[in-house]
Design a binder for this molecule. Structure first.
Ligand code: GLN
Length: 546
């Protein structure tokens, strides 16, 4: 029988519910349980695929081609499990389905209402995930904050849920904030009392409280929170701020969060195997060498726009025993005049995926800088396309070469719309999405990094390398290191006379994990480390000579 853990959030948003859910998932996995996670997003979009990064942060792509919430990235990274379409529900999907059923006549004779039709649909979606595999536990994270109008139908659905499966199979965890009032020098429990009261008004009594806090919660405060929130004192845990998200599973485990969940749900006891995770944290703490990577993008001020890129870079850094420093560089500030200064001193340059014309010329200049100065370069999706445009213009002499995405009239459309995209008019969920196999050319850096002749990677794009120019690119020394199985799509490119210059049309960042860094990120950071050390040695030599 699958057990269900529901995680709600109180007081404010951005409490780290996703990472808390992922950390609990990681711990249960370490105890040997088969776990999956589900994110519920209360917005009306069917998926985040059409939203701007300003609205939503990164869109996380799954193997099965779903465009999902970035919390699924945390779920995959922390648990090592693969998520898919069924692991993210939105209000948009729920209403879409209910309205389609209504039009089909499935509810013939009835008035279609939020309760029971919408709530039934929500419960059905949770159960659909449970039916997919023999999971021991499904962790379901409700987006938003208790009290939001948008999340009410979801909270009502999870209130009803225990009647579907039995209360003993359900556990409610409420993540709340215990703010610190500096003027009073005190932690304040009142906001949490109110958010739990709001939950209880709906009919949900949390079993466990996780208290997000900057300072330790005293025993007195724990007792007080327990009393006012109607929770046992030993079910009140601390989620104290940490300097590294990968420390959170151990932080939870040290307090016994995992044991409390296991006991409450009546799961059979299994000895936890936290060794690998502890080794990871020990490794992180023992690192003393810094490495600066420049990420050249448009959304540098946003924490979440390139979430998986930043995480994958960290994984590569941990794998190379360096402490990653990311310099976020706004591509709009890179011009021929500023490039040298903006890009100076970087150990490596990464250009992530993206859409739209803004900042594109700055990215092209960054690719040129990396190519000509022999700085390790990693171009992902748009980043690869940009590197190709630069190569076409400056090495192949194709003046005005561009992608048709940015210039319909370019004389040299070296990047063009995928043939399969030409008849598409709807914007939602219509890109080339999800996992496809890429065949790697023997003897390339890409093949060496992967150590395999074929790999599966996730995609999210409408444009591709224009095949017409492939012979010219190859003549000029570009290696098309990876292609689709039918050889009709270029998936990877690299420069052989460069220490590490690789572009890929897919998004390897989605498959990197802290416990197993992605080979391309591992390779890129490895090359950047070599470059940084050589640059440092050269600088020291220069100083000595003076
Ligand atoms: N805009 C480009 C395309 O659609 C690249 C997409 C991306 O970087 N994810 O092909």
């Amino acid at each position: 029988m699958t057990k269900f853990i529901f995680i709600t959030g109180g007081v404010v948003s951005s409490l780290g519910k996703g990472i808390s859910a992922a950390s609990i998932g990681a711990l249960l996995k370490m105890h040997g349980f088969h776990v999956s996670l589900l994110k519920i997003d209360p917005y009306l979009n069917v998926d985040p695929g059409t939203m701007s990064p300003f609205q939503h942060g990164e869109v996380f792509v799954t193997d099965d081609g779903a465009e999902t919430d970035l919390d699924l990235g945390h779920y995959e990274r922390f648990t090592g499990e693969t998520m898919g379409r069924l692991n993210n529900i939105t209000t948009g999907q729920i209403y879409y389905s209910v309205i389609s059923k209504e039009r089909r006549g499935d509810y013939l004779g009835s008035t279609v209402q939020v309760i029971p039709h919408i709530t039934d649909e929500i419960k059905g979606s949770i159960l659909r995930l449970a039916d997919q595999d023999t999971y021991d536990v499904i962790i379901c994270e409700i987006g938003g904050t208790v009290g939001d109008i948008e999340s009410q139908p979801f909270l009502e659905a999870i209130r009803q849920f225990p009647y579907e499966v039995g209360r003993e199979h359900c556990l409610f965890i409420h993540l709340t904030l215990i703010p610190y009032l500096a003027a009073a020098g005190e932690l304040k429990t009142k906001p949490s009392q109110h958010s739990v009261r709001a939950l209880r008004e709906i009919g949900i009594q949390p079993d466990i409280l996780m208290c997000r806090t900057e300072h330790p919660v005293s025993e007195g405060n724990r007792q007080k929170i327990a009393l006012f929130c109607n929770v046992s004192p030993n079910m009140v845990f601390e989620a104290r701020d940490v300097d590294d998200i990968y420390k959170i599973p151990l932080q939870f485990s040290e307090q016994g969060v995992d044991r409390a969940i296991i006991k409450k749900l009546g799961l059979d006891r299994r000895a936890p195997a936290v060794d690998a995770w502890r080794a990871l944290v020990d490794r992180i703490t023992s690192i003393h060498e810094d490495l600066t990577i420049g990420v050249v993008g448009k959304y540098i001020e946003l924490q979440d726009a390139y979430k998986s890129i930043y995480e994958a870079l960290r994984h590569g850094a941990i794998g190379n025993d360096v402490h990653l420093k990311i310099q976020r560089i706004d591509s709009e500030t890179i011009t021929p005049e500023t490039a040298d200064e903006r890009l100076a001193g970087l150990a490596g340059i990464l250009i992530p995926g993206g859409f739209g014309q803004r900042g594109i010329e700055g990215k092209i200049l960054a690719a040129q800088f990396a190519r000509t100065r022999k700085i390790p370069f990693f171009g992902i999706c748009l980043g690869m396309q940009v590197a190709l445009i630069e190569f076409a213009r400056n090495v192949c002499g194709l003046d005005g070469a561009h992608s048709r995405e940015f210039n319909e009239e370019t004389p040299h459309p070296v990047v063009d719309l995928l043939a399969t995209q030409k008849t598409i008019t709807n914007m939602g969920g219509t890109m080339r999405l999800g996992a496809y196999t890429c065949r790697l050319q023997e003897g390339t850096k890409a093949a060496a990094a992967y150590g395999a002749p074929q790999v599966s990677e996730r995609h999210r794009h409408r444009y591709e390398v224009n095949n017409k120019y492939r012979p010219l690119f190859e003549e000029q020394g570009l290696v098309l290191a990876g292609t689709s199985l039918d050889n009709r799509l270029v998936e990877m490119l690299e420069l052989p006379d460069h220490p590490w210059f690789i572009g890929c049309q897919f998004h390897p960042e989605f498959k990197s994990r802290p416990l197993s860094p992605h080979p391309l990120f591992q390779g890129f950071i490895g090359a950047a480390k070599v470059h940084a050390r050589a640059a440092q040695a050269a600088a020291q030599l220069g100083k000595a000579e003076k």
